[in-house]
Design a protein around this ligand. Structure first.
Ligand code: NDP
Length: 391
């Protein structure tokens, strides 16, 4: 049976890996929508190649470029936020949510509302609005599948298991670009240095978030939301080889580790073919050649984002939306060269503290409006904090 699929964030790193898998099985998929933002040439090329119904750029100013690039192809061109949501709402069986940042939340909800299975790479959705995403899926009789490699690993470790027997979930972390740097040097880490990952080839934002471990912080919160475990059941360990993606610990003391190559096509392929397993074009590990797998405790002075994630998990409510929004603004400022690497965590911490004390909004009901407003206000607060520090 031909499956209808859409890819939100098709021009990005996860989107391109998803397209790679889909393009290898022509005839199995009917591509409904592909979406991107700035990379019009890639979007148009893939939409033509996969014969998509519609290609959408989130950037309304690029509609004419997209139309020109798709001329004569029969693929519809559209642009802007409403078009993105319309595309995500088109009937499909499986939708990849791979837009980066909180911008992925609403399109993901649209996909769930039309009943699609949502393959979720966009961890920010769960961090900002976990309960809302999960309840929307339940209401529309569908479900999420994790795409983050760590969460896919946990998910695979839980097949056939009773959640009541899960004692702990251990999320591994590569430690990012600066895991072996002297602490004093971090203050002067440059954008280029933070943008290169030792093991994974990913988009720039998540790569910088790996160096600061804000990515891991988001993943801890995502773990709590997705698997419904308590914060004290979630652990992090530095595993520089990035071959064990996560470990589930059970009440009998057994640990179930998921081992695989650092290639996103494994987790994406698992979500694409679930509940089947299919042959995937990823490297096969040669264990004698790898010889050893190592682990170490994360140093919270090096990775303050992990401490902040704990605070967010304990606080609950809308604190995840505040955390993510402040992190996104601080990351924008780091990329723009306005703040230093270590300042990102300081700013996020300041926003979290002030937001809770000044707004009383953290405990507001988790509706889409409340999440979006909280996101907006937290971004304003982050800009304010940064302006105060600069002045
Ligand atoms: P990229 O930056 O490579 O790609 C992001 C995608 O989102 C692109 O298609 C981009 O379009 C689009 N986009 C950017 N801004 C907007 C916007 N405001 N509205 C709509 N679309 C937008 O990101 P990644 O692929 O690395 O990551 C995507 C998501 O997956 C993130 O949430 C990340 O945390 C998660 N993830 C990524 C992994 C990876 O290996 N990369 C691993 C696990 C999770 P364009 O490029 O055309 O501008």
């Amino acid at each position: 049976m031909v499956r209808r699929v859409s890819i939100l964030g098709a021009t990005g790193s996860v989107g391109q890996n998803t397209i790679d898998l889909i393009a290898r099985a022509p005839g199995e998929y009917e591509v409904v929508a592909l979406t991107g933002a700035s990379n019009i040439a890639q979007l148009a090329e893939d939409a033509r190649r996969l014969n998509a119904q519609v290609a959408v750029t989130a950037d309304a100013a690029r509609l004419e470029d997209l139309r020109a690039a798709l001329a004569g192809s029969g693929v519809q061109a559209a642009a802007g936020q409403a078009a993105l949501e319309e595309a995500a709402s088109r009937p499909a069986d499986w939708v990849m949510s791979a837009i980066v940042g909180a911008a992925g939340l609403k399109p993901g909800l649209c996909a769930l509302e039309q009943g699609a299975v949502l393959a979720l790479a966009n961890k920010e959705s769960l961090v900002c609005a976990g309960a809302l995403i999960l309840s929307t899926a339940r209401r529309h009789d569908t479900h999420l599948l994790p795409v983050d490699s760590e969460h896919s690993a946990v998910f695979q470790g839980l097949v056939g298991e009773d959640m009541a027997t899960v004692e702990r979930i251990i999320i591994t972390a590569s430690g990012g670009a600066f895991r072996d740097w002297p602490l004093e040097a971090l203050e002067h880490a440059t954008l280029a240095e933070a943008s290169s990952h030792p093991n994974w080839d990913m988009g720039q934002r998540i790569t910088i978030d790996s160096a600061s471990m804000f990515n891991k912080a988001l993943e801890l919160i995502e773990t709590k939301e997705y698997f419904g475990v308590r914060p004290d059941q979630i652990e992090t360990v530095i595993h520089p080889e990035s071959l064990i993606h996560a470990i589930v610990g059970f009440v009998d003391g057994g640990l179930m580790a998921h081992v695989g190559p650092p290639d996103m096509r494994h987790a994406i392929g698992y979500a694409l073919h679930y509940p089947e397993r299919r042959d995937l074009p990823v490297a096969r590990l040669d264990l004698p050649q790898i010889a050893q797998l190592t682990f170490r405790e994360p140093d919270l002075r090096r990775y303050p984002a992990l401490r902040l994630a704990r605070a967010v998990m304990e606080r609950g409510g809308l604190s995840g939306a505040v955390f993510n929004a402040a992190k996104e603004r601080a990351l924008d400022a780091f990329i723009a060269g306005h703040i230093g690497f270590l300042e990102m965590a300081e700013i996020v911490e300041e926003v979290l503290t002030r937001f809770d004390a000044e707004t009383g909004r953290i405990d507001a009901e988790m509706t889409l409006d409340n999440v979006m407003q909280t996101d907006h206000l937290a971004r304003e607060r982050a800009d304010q904090v940064m302006a105060e520090r600069a002045g």
